[in-house]
Write a protein that binds this ligand. Structure first.
Ligand code: GAL
Length: 1000
C-alpha cells in the first residue's frame, strides 16, 4: 500500500493502492476528493443553520417516505401524494430500486411502471417537494438492498472504492442521475434534495479507511456529473457526523436516521427504558452546526419478518402515542428536515423484497397498504404537521435545555423550551418517557405580560401517560397575541373578514389560553371560565367532545376542540406551495382539495360515512354554490358565517365473485418429474469456479444461481447421474434466505422437503434414496425457493453476495463429480422475458417459464378443476387459473384483497407445508407460506385489478409434503368502500401471453 497525494489546485486526489486508482481512472470513474465549499450550485434551494429555503422562503421540510416501485400503478401516485399533502406535509422522500432498472449489466431501463416521470408529475400536481434517494445502495428491505443480483459476480467489495464495484454502478448512477436531474426544481420539477448512498455508516474492521471519502465522493460525483445541483443530504445510520460539512467527502446537509423503538412488534405496548433519544441536539451542534437539523428517516412504523406478528401489531407499537412522544421529542431538538419512514409502505410485489420480509410492506404506517387513512396515527400526524405550517417561529427558535424543574411544578416531567424573540415553545413529556402515569402539573410560562404559573383560573394541567405536549407563549395569530396556550394549536388562519384559531386537548384535560384581546364571549358550547385581566383575557375549560367557540374582539374565533374532533378537521391549501388562502373544513375522512372561484367553492374529498361538512374558514363571503366531488350540494350558513352541508353516503352494490364458485383450470407445474421431460435447454452448471468472492465453492462446479444469471423466485436444479447401486442417501445444503423451502425428487419419486422456518436462511437435509439399479440413469430434481437476496447493511460483510441455490450436496457412495447439474430460474435469466413487469416478477417454475401467469395464457385448454382448494394429492407444484369480470361502481375507492384461509390444519396446530404464489393479471402480488406466515390477506390495488373488465388470476401451489396440499380457502374480500372524488384509476397495461420461443 502506498499513499499518493497529488495536489491539483484545490482538488486533492487521494489513492490508497495505486493500481486500484490507476485502473479506476482509466475508465470514466474519477476518484477525486473535491474541496467542499458548501456553496449551493443554484439559488432556488438554499439553507442556513435552521432550515431549508425554497425560492427564499424558509420551509420545514416535513416529509414521508413513499416508494413508487411498491405501488406499480402510476395513476394512484397522486392519490397517495394527496393523502400526504392533506397531513400538512410538503415533502416526500423516495428510494429507487436499482435491481428493477438494470436487470442485466449494461441494460438500464426505466419504462412503463418503472418510469419515474409519472411520479414526479403527480408530486408536482399535489404540491409535494421530493427528496430523491437513488442509492446505489438503499437497504429498504428490498432484494439485495437495491443491488441487482449480478452484483454477486462483482470482483470487489460492495460499497467500497473497489473499481469493479464502482464501474458496476456507473451506468445506473448516470442514467438515474440524469432522470433525477431533469426533475430538479431548477428545471421546474419537484426534486429539491438528493441523497447519495444510504446509511454509509457501518463496516467490518478490515475496511480501511471507513467511512471512505474516496468512495463517498465517487457516489456524490456520479450524481453531480449527471447534472444534480440541488443540495446533497446524507442519511447516517446514527448521529455519527460522517460526511458532514467540514469532513472529507462532505454532503451539503448532514442528516441521520433513527428507529428508537426498533422492529419487534411482538410486544406492542412495551416501550423499553432509555429508548428515547436525548442527545441528538447537542450532537448536531457538534457535528453540523451550520446545516438544518435533519432526520432523514424517523421511525414511522416497522418492517416485519416471515413468522412475524403482522403489521396491525406494528401499527400499535408505532401508534399515535408513539408519534406524540417521539416526534415531539424530535421537534424539541429543532428538527427542520424530517422524513417519516414509511408514510405509505405499499407492497413487495413480484419478488422485489428481501428475504427478511413478506409480500406486504404495510409497515404499520399512517397510510395503510390499501391506501386507507383510517389509522389514528394518520390523524395525529395531521395535527402535528399543521401546527408547524402556522408556527414560523419554530424554525428560528433557539433551543433551550431540557429541565425537570424550571418550567413545571412536577419533576416527573421534562420540558424543553425553544425561544424565538418573545415566542416560546414548551415541549413537555414524562421524564421517564414511557411512563403510564397521569401527571398533574402547572406550567411556568414567560410572557411579555410577566411570568405565570398556569392554569391561573384553577385546576391543573395533566399529562396522561404516553403523551407529550407543545405549549406556546407569545404566539402570534395574525396580529392577535396569544399570551399562552396550554391547549395545542392545530391551525390558525387570518381571512379578510375573520381569523380562525383551532386548539385541542386530550379527553377531560383542563386547558387555559390567554390572549390580548379586549372582549371575549362564548358563542358556542358551554363550560369555559372567561376572566378579563388588565390587558389580557384568560379562558379556562375542561376538554369534552362538546365543541366550544370563543369569539375574541369582533373577528377572531377560537375553536376549543377535543383531539378526536380535531382529527376531522382539514386545512386545505388552494395553492401548491402557499398556505395564504387555505380553506379550513370539518369533514371527516379526507379532503383532497378546495378551490374558490368567484362565489363558488369546490371541495374534493373522500367519505366513508354520511358526513356533515362545515366550512369553517376560507369560503367566499357570500357563497353561491358549493360543489362536493363535482355535485352541487345544498348548504346553509350559520350565525358564525360557517357553511354547513351534508354528504349522504349510500353504499353501492358491490358484486365480487365468490372464487370458490368460479371455473378453474389446472396445470401440472412440475412436469420435470415426468420421464418424458427434457431439460436439454436448461443452463449447465458447469462453472468450475464461482464469480462469488464471498463464499468459496464446496462443490466441483458452481451451483450458485447468480453465477448463471438467476436472481429471483423459485430455482430448479436437475442432477443427472448413472447409478452404481451403492447410493443410499442424498444430502443437500440449500440456501434461499429466511423462510425458504426445498423439495427433492429422484425421477418421479418424492424424496422429501425442507419445509422452512421463519429464521432459517439455509438448511441441511438428508433424504433416503430408493434402491437404485446399477447402470441406470437417474435424475434428481431439486426445487428451492429464493426469497430474495440479502441486504448489505454493513460494508465488508458482503452479505448481499450470500449465494442462492445448492451450497453443497452428497450422494452417498459417490464422488460429487458423478452428478452433472443443470439449473434454471426465470426464463432467460437476466434476459428476462417480461419487460413490462421487470426482472424480478417471475421465477423458475414451469408455468412461470411458459408465461402462463400472464393474461392471455391458453388456460382454457387445461384440465378442469375446483381450484386451489382442490389442491394436489402429492408433493409437487400445481398451477390453477381462472378469469372473472369485475364491474365496480365508479366514484368509489374499493380496495380488494385476496385472503387465504388459515386455520391450523390439525389438532396439534401443525400446518401442512405449502407455498402459494398469487398472480393477478400477470403481476405476482402474493407469496404465501402456509407453514410460516404471517400474511394471509394480500391487498391488490385497483389498476392491477381491472375494476371494469376481465381479470386473470392464477395461483401456484407447491406442496412440500408427501400427501400434497390444499389451499384451505381463498376469497376475494372488500376491505373498504369509500366514496371518492379522486377520479379514475387506469389499469396498468402489462405484457400479455404469447407463446414463448424456446421456453422449456
Ligand atoms: C433504515 C434504512 C432503510 C430501512 C429502514 C428500516 O436503517 O435506511 O432503508 O431499511 O432502516 O425499515
Amino acid at each position: 500500500m502506498k499513499l499518493v497525494i497529488h495536489l491539483l489546485g484545490a482538488v486533492v486526489l487521494v489513492c490508497f493502492a495505486v493500481q486500484t486508482c490507476a485502473r479506476a481512472i482509466g475508465g470514466t470513474p474519477k476518484l477525486w476528493i473535491k474541496d467542499s465549499t458548501q456553496k449551493p450550485l443554484q439559488d432556488i434551494v438554499t439553507w442556513d443553520e435552521n432550515s431549508l429555503f425554497v425560492r427564499g422562503e424558509r420551509i420545514f421540510f416535513f416529509s414521508g417516505e413513499f416508494h413508487p416501485f411498491r405501488l406499480p400503478v402510476p395513476s394512484l401516485y397522486l392519490d397517495v401524494f394527496q393523502k400526504i399533502k392533506a397531513l400538512g406535509f410538503n415533502g416526500v422522500s423516495f428510494y429507487i430500486h436499482w435491481a428493477l432498472l438494470e436487470g442485466k449489466p449494461g441494460e438500464f431501463s426505466a419504462e412503463g411502471v418503472f418510469s419515474l416521470e409519472p411520479f414526479f408529475e403527480a408530486a408536482t400536481k399535489a404540491g409535494i417537494y421530493l427528496l430523491a434517494r437513488p442509492g446505489p445502495y438503499i437497504n429498504a428491505e428490498v432484494s439485495g438492498g437495491g443491488f441487482p443480483g449480478w452484483l454477486q459476480r462483482v470482483n470487489g467489495t460492495l460499497r467500497t472504492r473497489d473499481p469493479e464495484y464502482l464501474h458496476a454502478t456507473d451506468l445506473y448512477a448516470k442514467s438515474v442521475g440524469e432522470i433525477i436531474a431533469k426533475a430538479q426544481i431548477t428545471n421546474g420539477g419537484p426534486i429539491i434534495l438528493v441523497q447519495p448512498e444510504n446509511e454509509y455508516t457501518g463496516a467490518t474492521s478490515d475496511i480501511h479507511p471507513f467511512p471512505d471519502p474516496v468512495y463517498m465522493q465517487y457516489v456524490e460525483d456520479q450524481l453531480k456529473d449527471a447534472g444534480i445541483i440541488v443540495p446533497l443530504i446524507s442519511n447516517d445510520a446514527s448521529a455519527s457526523g460522517d460526511n458532514a460539512p467540514g469532513q472529507p467527502a462532505a454532503v451539503d446537509i448532514y442528516g441521520h436516521d433513527g428507529y428508537p423503538l426498533g422492529f419487534d412488534c411482538a410486544n406492542p405496548y412495551t416501550w423499553p427504558d432509555g429508548d428515547l433519544p436525548t442527545t441528538w441536539r447537542s450532537l448536531h451542534l457538534q457535528q453540523s452546526p451550520n446545516t438544518p437539523y435533519s432526520i432523514v428517516e424517523f421511525q414511522g412504523g416497522s418492517f416485519d419478518p416471515w413468522g412475524g406478528l403482522g403489521f396491525e401489531q406494528c401499527s400499535v407499537l408505532l401508534n399515535n402515542e408513539f408519534e406524540r412522544v417521539f416526534y415531539k421529542n424530535d421537534y424539541s431538538f429543532g428538527v427542520a428536515i424530517f422524513n417519516i419512514y414509511m408514510i405509505f409502505g405499499g407492497t413487495n410485489w413480484g419478488n422485489l423484497g428481501h428475504p427478511g420480509g413478506y409480500t406486504s410492506y404495510d409497515y404499520g404506517s399512517s397510510i395503510t397498504e390499501e391506501r386507507l387513512v383510517t389509522r389514528e396515527k394518520y390523524s395525529e400526524l395531521k395535527l402535528e404537521a399543521n401546527f408547524f405550517k402556522v408556527s414560523p417561529a419554530y424554525l428560528v427558535a433557539e433551543r433551550g435545555y431540557a429541565s425537570n424543574s424550571t418550567w413545571t411544578s412536577s419533576t416527573a416531567l421534562t420540558v424543553t423550551p425553544a425561544f424565538a424573540n418573545s415566542t416560546a415553545f414548551y415541549f413537555v413529556r414524562h421524564a421517564a418517557y414511557n411512563s403510564l402515569e397521569s401527571t398533574s402539573y402547572k406550567l411556568n410560562v414567560q410572557t411579555s405580560r410577566g411570568n405565570f404559573s398556569v392554569p391561573q383560573l384553577g385546576g391543573s394541567l395533566t399529562l396522561n401517560g404516553r403523551d407529550s405536549k407543545i405549549h406556546v407563549s407569545d404566539y402570534d395569530v395574525g396580529g392577535l397575541n396569544i399570551l399562552y396556550s396550554t391547549a395545542e394549536v392545530f391551525t390558525w388562519k387570518k381571512y379578510d373578514s375573520k381569523t380562525i384559531l383551532i386548539v385541542y386537548g386530550g379527553p377531560s384535560e383542563t386547558h387555559e389560553i390567554a390572549f390580548q384581546g379586549s372582549t371575549a364571549t362564548l358563542v358556542e358550547g358551554s363550560g369555559p371560565k372567561i376572566s378579563k385581566k388588565k390587558d389580557y383575557t384568560i379562558v379556562n375549560w375542561e376538554v369534552s367532545s362538546d365543541r366550544k367557540i370563543v369569539k375574541v374582539n369582533s373577528d377572531v374565533f377560537i375553536y376549543l376542540l377535543d383531539r378526536n374532533s380535531a382529527y376531522d378537521y382539514w386545512v386545505v391549501d388552494q395553492a401548491l406551495h402557499n398556505a395564504s388562502n387555505s380553506v379550513i373544513v370539518n369533514a371527516g375522512y379526507l379532503v383532497r382539495s378546495a378551490t374558490v372561484k368567484g362565489n363558488t367553492l369546490a371541495l374534493v374529498g373522500d367519505f366513508n360515512a354520511t358526513t356533515t361538512i362545515e366550512v369553517i374558514g376560507g369560503a367566499p363571503k357570500s357563497l353561491a354554490k358549493l360543489t362536493i366531488n363535482g355535485h352541487s350540494t345544498p348548504f346553509r350558513k350559520d350565525k358564525l358565517g360557517v357553511y354547513t352541508a351534508i354528504v349522504t353516503i349510500e353504499k353501492p352494490n358491490i358484486n365480487i365473485p365468490d372464487l370458490s364458485k368460479l371455473k378453474w383450470k389446472y396445470l401440472d407445474s412440475l412436469p420435470e418429474l415426468q420421464s418424458t421431460y427434457s431439460d436439454a435447454s436448461w443452463t449447465s452448471a458447469d462453472l468450475k469456479t464461482t464469480y462469488n468472492t464471498h463464499r468459496p465453492l464446496t462443490t466441483p462446479t458452481s451451483l450458485y444461481s447468480s453465477d448463471y444469471g438467476y436472481h429471483t423466485g423459485t430455482l430448479l436444479y436437475r442432477g443427472h447421474f448413472t447409478a452404481t447401486g451403492a447410493e443410499d442417501t442424498l444430502f443437500l445444503w440449500t440456501q434461499g434466505g429466511s423462510a425458504s423451502g426445498t423439495s427433492a425428487f429422484l425421477n418421479s419419486t418424492f424424496l422429501g422437503s425442507w419445509a422452512g422456518t421463519d429464521v432459517a436462511t439455509n438448511a441441511n437435509s438428508t433424504f433416503t434414496l430408493p434402491n437404485l439399479v446399477a447402470g441406470k440413469p437417474y435424475v434428481l430434481t431439486v426445487v428451492i425457493d429464493n426469497m430474495g437476496l440479502d441486504e448489505d447493511w454493513t460494508v465488508g460483510t458482503e452479505l448481499m453476495k450470500n449465494p442462492r441455490g445448492i451450497l453443497n450436496y452428497a450422494v452417498s457412495g459417490r464422488e460429487q463429480s458423478a452428478i452433472a447439474w443443470k439449473l434454471t430460474g426465470n426464463l432467460g435469466g437476466e434476459d428476462y422475458a417480461d419487460r413490462s413487469r421487470g426482472p424480478l416478477n417471475e421465477g423458475g417454475t414451469f408455468a412461470e417459464r411458459q408465461g402462463f401467469h400472464l393474461p392471455g395464457a391458453p388456460f382454457e385448454a387445461w384440465e378442469d378443476s375446483a381450484g386451489p382448494t382442490a389442491g394436489i394429492a402429492a408433493a409437487g407444484i400445481g398451477f390453477f387459473a381462472t378469469a372473472f369480470e369485475l364491474d365496480l361502481p365508479a366514484g368509489y375507492d374499493i380496495p380488494l384483497s385476496f385472503a387465504f384461509t388459515n386455520s391450523s390444519d390439525d389438532a396439534s396446530g401443525r400446518a401442512t407445508a405449502y407455498r402459494a404464489q398469487l398472480f393477478v393479471n400477470g403481476w405476482q402480488y402474493g407469496k404465501y407460506v402456509h407453514n410460516v406466515g404471517p400474511q394471509t390477506r394480500f391487498p391488490v390495488p385497483e389498476g392491477i385489478l381491472d375494476y371494469k373488465g376481465t381479470n386473470y388470476v392464477a395461483v401456484s401451489l407447491w406442496a412440500l409434503e408427501e400427501g400434497g396440499a390444499k389451499v384451505e380457502g381463498l376469497e376475494l374480500v372488500v376491505d373498504a368502500v369509500v366514496e371518492t372524488g379522486y377520479g379514475g384509476v387506469e389499469t396498468v397495461k402489462g405484457d400479455t401471453w404469447t407463446k414463448r420461443k424456446g421456453a422449456y
